[in-house]
Design a protein around this ligand. Structure first.
Ligand code: ADP
Ligand code: X2W
Length: 299
């Protein structure tokens, strides 16, 4: 072996040793990983994502994946000539849109991810919030104050839901059988309707119910950015309230951070928003001392 080959081999071994305390600390714990629709487009990134998930499983951590698919739902709606509108990062969902969202999320996307995990050597099981009574949804209520009259009015988002109850039996069963659950953000309402749930919200509720060690939200930005586009590396719930008020965060980042706050305040140790386009971002964040993205922890 040449001197340079020797150095590379040694640095690989050192990387593994650097990760050892993390493997030991988190063996047997759960990581909930939300894989966003924007991060999903590139097959190479999807392959690397699947490798990371299977590696977590191999070192004794239980990964649970919740996926999005907003851009893919948008493309299908466009193909079918159905208009779509977002309010505060949530898609206004009539009955036809809910049916299309369920078809895209629980069908094509869910099974594609199951396939990627299988190719990486893992055993995945694709489900939605409807399976095994995993997620019961209630209708999301949003209000807005009319700037002229100052009267608060209710905005109807249609069949947009949020988890009101999470029964983790189906996840526990799949994990006990050595499988990796891949979950589509669709839930059944107590009223019998199908609800379209923002994937971040779904992942946060599941992370809280499982008492996860981490909630990773993989997206298409480096993390939460300030007004000068600099990365904010550590945030507490009070910081997030301030960033929302002063308009630093908008669009899809609003439900994302609301989710992080709720998750860390109800059973999940910490949440991380990070760039799913960066190869192996999750492993770099977690198993090295370098870190990446924005870490959200309770105050
Ligand atoms: N302060 C902020 N920092 C980073 N991203 C922000 C911020 N405010 C709004 N965003 C937007 O939030 C987007 C991420 O949310 P979203 O589009 O829902 O992603 P995903 O589909 O991955 O869930 C970013 O691409 C960015 O446009
Ligand atoms: C209510 C609501 O907005 N639901 C989302 C569900 C998918 C999702 O959240 O996908 P991303 O994570 O890729 O954005 C939607 O219809 O787009």
């Amino acid at each position: 072996m040449s001197a340079s080959e020797n150095t590379i081999t040694l640095s690989k071994a050192e990387t593994l040793i650097e990760a050892l305390p993390y493997f030991q600390r988190y063996a047997g714990r759960t990581f909930v990983v939300k894989y966003g629709g924007h991060a999903m487009g590139d097959p190479k990134a999807a392959r690397e994502f699947a490798d990371d998930i299977v590696l977590l499983k191999a070192v004794g951590i239980n990964p649970v994946v919740v996926h999005g698919g907003g851009p893919q739902i948008g493309a299908m709606l466009k193909k079918l000539g159905v208009e779509s509108e977002f309010i505060d990062g949530l898609r206004v969902t009539d009955k036809a849109t809910a049916e299309i969202a369920e078809m895209v999320l629980s069908g094509a996307i869910n099974k594609e991810l199951v396939g990627w995990i299988a190719k990486a050597g893992g055993k995945a099981i694709g489900i939605s919030g409807k399976d095994g009574g995993l997620v019961t949804a209630r209708k999301v209520q949003r209000t807005a104050r009319d700037p002229e009259s100052n009267i608060e009015r209710v905005i109807d988002l249609g069949f947009v839901g949020e988890p009101s109850e999470v029964d983790t039996t189906i996840i526990d069963t799949a994990v006990a059988a050595g499988m990796i659950p891949i979950i589509a953000p669709i839930g059944a309402g107590e009223d019998g309707h199908t609800y379209n749930i923002n994937a971040d919200t779904m992942a946060g509720a599941i992370a809280a119910a499982l008492g996860a060690a981490r909630l990773f939200l993989l997206t298409d930005v480096a993390g939460v950015l300030d007004k000068e586009k600099r990365l904010l590396t550590d945030l507490k719930p009070a910081d997030i309230a301030r960033l929302r008020e002063d308009g630093t965060i908008s669009g899809g980042m609003i439900p994302k951070l609301e989710t992080c706050v709720q998750a860390v305040e109800s059973g999940c140790d910490a949440a991380v928003v990070l760039d799913g386009r960066v190869p192996h971002a999750m492993l770099l964040e977690f198993f090295t001392s370098r870190g990446a993205g924005t870490l959200i922890s309770a105050g």
